[in-house]
Design a protein around this ligand. Structure first.
Ligand code: PRT
Ligand code: ZN
Length: 287
């Protein structure tokens, strides 16, 4: 039987989350203690290839790996042709233009006209500048972009920002958030049917994990007289389960609520007299 080869980052910001995603999907991916380049999951027809993130788009485009997990920023910068299958919701960051904090005459994007901008992302920066009709000088550097303005190498930088603390501690201020990125699952554009089937199985599991993460299981005691109103607030997967309690004026209601609507629903449930509300995380959810 064929196996699907998936490339993930060997060590870095996406490694732990990638391994964690596989483990939640029932695929043991962390047996890399011997620093092997390739590890086979015993419980699923998947082999994991541990690479530097910059090599992942090319490997997937060439078919050396069938699929991969990598930041969108790395794909865009590589210019490689791969198909994005699923956004994974981790490794979120943005690519921003930042300038020295003491700049007094900043007047928006046009400030960058004629300036020198240091970056490790020249391809993305070129596109951003072209899209905004800015003519600037791109200074490509392989690391520590944030120190460039202070040592006179550039007037500004274009770099990845997540919390912003790196910019802050280097006397820079984020002026323009240009592109947003997160980790994605990518695949080779021409997978054979058998490999596609393995990928679909993996995707099914990833969807169950994502759905579980954004939902909570809720249990509460409801006064019978307000049960209809309470059920209306809790649509659940089909409809809520209602169980009798020893006190015949009350029932126990079980359902699933979306994390995003959670607080609003709780307020309304309380207004309808719900008590003893328990909210429990869900591990997997098959819709
Ligand atoms: O060794 P390898 O080449 O595999 O790894 P790498 O060093 O190139 O990448 P790595 O592990 O640093 O990041 C992998 C991916 O994580 C990136 O390609 C992004 O998609 C994503 N990501 C998410 C980030 C950040 N957040 C991030 N904050 N990548 C880098 N950073 C940098 C940022 O540039 C800044 O210098 O981390 C620093 C701290 O950021 P602040 O804003 O929180 O201070
Ligand atoms: Zn890298």
């Amino acid at each position: 039987m064929e196996r699907l080869k998936i490339a993930i980052q060997k060590s870095g910001r996406l490694s732990d989350k990638s391994v964690e995603l596989f483990e939640k999907a029932g695929i043991s991916a962390s047996n890399n203690s011997s620093r092997l380049l390739l590890a086979s999951a015993s419980d699923f027809p998947i082999d994991i290839l541990y690479l530097r993130d910059d090599d992942i788009p090319q490997c997937v485009a060439d078919g050396v790996a069938d699929a991969g997990i990598v930041g969108e920023n790395v794909i865009w910068e590589s210019g490689k042709q791969v198909e994005t299958v699923e956004k994974l919701g981790f490794g979120k960051c943005r690519l921003s233009l930042a300038i020295p904090r003491d700049t007094t005459e900043y007047n928006g994007l046009q400030w960058f006209n004629g300036r020198k901008i240091a970056t490790t992302y020249p391809v993305i920066l070129r596109k951003v500048l072209n899209d905004n009709n800015i003519q600037a000088d791109i200074h490509v550097i392989s690391g520590s972009v944030e120190i460039c303005p202070a040592i006179g190498l550039a007037d500004a930088i274009f770099d990845i920002v997540s919390t912003g603390s790196t910019l802050l501690s280097n006397g820079l201020v984020e002026k323009e958030k240009m592109v947003y990125s997160e980790a994605v699952l990518i695949k080779n554009e021409s997978l054979d049917a058998e490999k596609q089937q393995i990928l679909d199985k993996l995707l099914f599991r990833i969807h169950a994990i994502k759905a579980a993460k954004s939902n909570k299981y809720i249990l509460l005691n409801a006064p019978k007289k307000n049960l209809d109103n309470i059920i209306r607030l809790l649509p659940g997967m089909k409809s809520p389960s209602v169980l009798p309690l020893a006190d015949s004026d009350w029932v126990s209601v079980h359902s699933v609520v979306q994390e995003s609507e959670f607080w609003e629903i709780i307020d309304k449930l309380q207004a309808e007299g719900a008590q003893g509300i328990l909210v429990v995380p869900i591990e997997k959810m098959i819709l």
